[in-house]
Ligand binder design. Structure first.
Ligand code: NAP
Ligand code: HSE
Length: 428
């Protein structure tokens, strides 16, 4: 029986892991699919580059047409990353009837709808499990595991770099800049860390999770994004004293038929399972109307964890080919998109203010909350030897987002407030 032939686009971190797993797990892969799986050609940028894995040099090519136009190749695995030329290669492969597996979150978040439409038109599968939370099978879980339920909330720690930084800041009381530098030296954070630390990487992943969870075509622009570069060690310290850990959370919520998606540093109650997800690990919390609370935890990146998800997709595509159902199962969102307005959203907030330390200040501040109908859970004044002014921490009850914006606007011109030092959403 002829093996299924794979064309691999990319032999970097993930591509190397894919080769290792496909070569090392042949017997198990055969048992599950009834077919051999052979990596026939591999596209790289530079054939002469030294590799950490030994591959037959005749398989390497620098010309994508050797894969995309090759009639022997059944499945294209795209692990080269970036938008172009990966998008063009993928669309050309689909046009030639080849199934595609990808780990490319950037491409799926920005052009997923176009790629899936092309897959359906061509009768091909496109699977992308590794694009969110690396080794955690969260995409299959949302599409298949929760197919009988209606998801109302997805909260994710979906970026390992920022979770590593926040964990270190929390555990060692270190500064953001100091930990970022160390993370870069250790190779956790990239030389240009903007996409990770400013929340863009997490936003792309939440675009994919929101689309799958709510069956709505979420666009990247629908996600409001704030990263961790303004998180201070003082915020983390005060949060800890009050029973919270600061985490960069992607939060996707649905109420009736309207949705909202955001990424922001969030104070997570220590008793919530997301608060104890530390280091480079990822976790996705999913709340379904019927199932209630669930959480999925594991490595969000790395050679073998990510390749595990890629090869699991490969197994699924091979099974579809063998069953003759390839290309009939691509998930396409079918619900109308309605975004929640500020008036429809509510959350608890943590606010740290620097204020004048004199009589009547608290009354002025609480009056502003009262005027905008925001109810308070706690108000604490912290003595701080380093600050001659007073530091006040306020935690609200669930507050309407539009009202909270008005409160913060009013604070900007309130003479007793010297600075609105920080504002965090609170969860758990
Ligand atoms: P990587 O280590 O940078 O490897 C990229 C590979 O693609 C290299 O082999 C490179 O060739 C090749 N390549 C890049 N551009 C090319 C071009 N224009 N033409 C031909 N070959 C090209 O990337 P990676 O970390 O494996 O990531 C791959 C994908 O997986 C990305 O979409 C990433 O977001 C996603 N992902 C990665 C991880 C992770 O842990 N790394 C986790 C989840 C998802 P050369 O080797 O010759 O330079
Ligand atoms: N830069 C990403 C992270 C890699 O830190 O999680 C995995 O997508």
């Amino acid at each position: 029986m002829k093996p299924i032939k794979i064309g691999l686009l990319g032999l970097g971190t993930v591509g190397t892991g894919v080769v290792r797993i496909v070569q090392g797990h042949q017997e198990d892969l055969f048992s599950q699919t009834g077919s051999g799986i052979e990596i026939a050609r591999i596209l790289v940028q530079n054939k002469s580059k030294e590799r950490s894995i030994s591959v037959d040099s005749a398989k390497l090519t620098e010309d994508y047409r050797d894969i995309v136009d090759n009639p022997d190749i059944d499945i294209v695995v795209e692990v080269m990353g970036g938008i172009e030329p990966a998008k063009t290669y993928m669309l050309e492969a689909l046009a030639r009837g080849k199934h595609v597996v990808t780990a490319n979150k950037d491409l799926m978040a920005l052009h997923g709808a176009e790629i899936l439409a092309k897959a359906n038109e061509s009768g091909c599968d496109v699977l992308y499990e590794a694009s969110v939370a690396g080794g955690i099978p969260i995409i299959r879980t949302l599409v298949e595991g929760f197919s009988s339920d209606r998801i109302t909330k997805i909260m994710g720690i979906v970026n390992g770099t920022t979770n590593y930084i926040l964990t270190k800041m929390s555990q060692e009381g270190a500064d953001y800049a100091e930990v970022l530098k160390e993370a870069q030296q250790l190779g956790y954070a990239e030389a240009d860390p903007t996409s990770d630390v400013e929340g863009l990487d997490a936003a792309r992943k939440m675009t994919i999770l929101g689309t799958l969870g709510f069956k709505v075509n979420v666009a990247l622009d629908d996600v409001s994004v704030k990263g961790i570069s303004q998180v201070s060690k003082e915020d983390i310290l005060y949060g800890k004293q009050l029973g919270y850990e600061v985490k960069l959370l992607g939060i996707a919520e649905r109420q009736d038929d309207s949705i909202s998606i955001s990424v922001q540093p969030t104070m997570v109650k220590k008793s919530h399972p997301l608060a104890s997800v530390n280091g480079v690990f990822n976790a996705v919390y999913v709340y379904g109307e019927a199932v209630g609370e669930t959480m999925f935890y594991g490595p969000g990146a790395g050679e073998l964890p990510t390749a595990t998800s890629v090869v699991a997709d490969l197994v699924a595509v091979v099974k579809n080919i063998k069953l003759g159902v390839g290309g009939r199962r691509a998930f396409v969102p079918y619900k109308e998109k309605k975004l929640r307005t500020d008036e429809q959203m509510s959350a608890k907030y943590f606010i740290l203010l620097h204020v004048e330390d004199k009589a009547g200040v608290l009354a002025r501040i609480t009056q502003v909350f009262a005027e905008h109908e925001v109810s308070l859970e706690s108000v604490l004044q912290h003595p701080n030897a380093a600050n001659p002014k007073a530091e006040i921490i306020i935690i609200t009850h669930d507050a309407n987002q539009a009202s909270m914006k008005q409160v913060l606007k009013a604070f900007e011109s309130l003479d007793v407030i010297n600075a609105i030092k920080s504002v965090y959403r609170v969860e758990g």
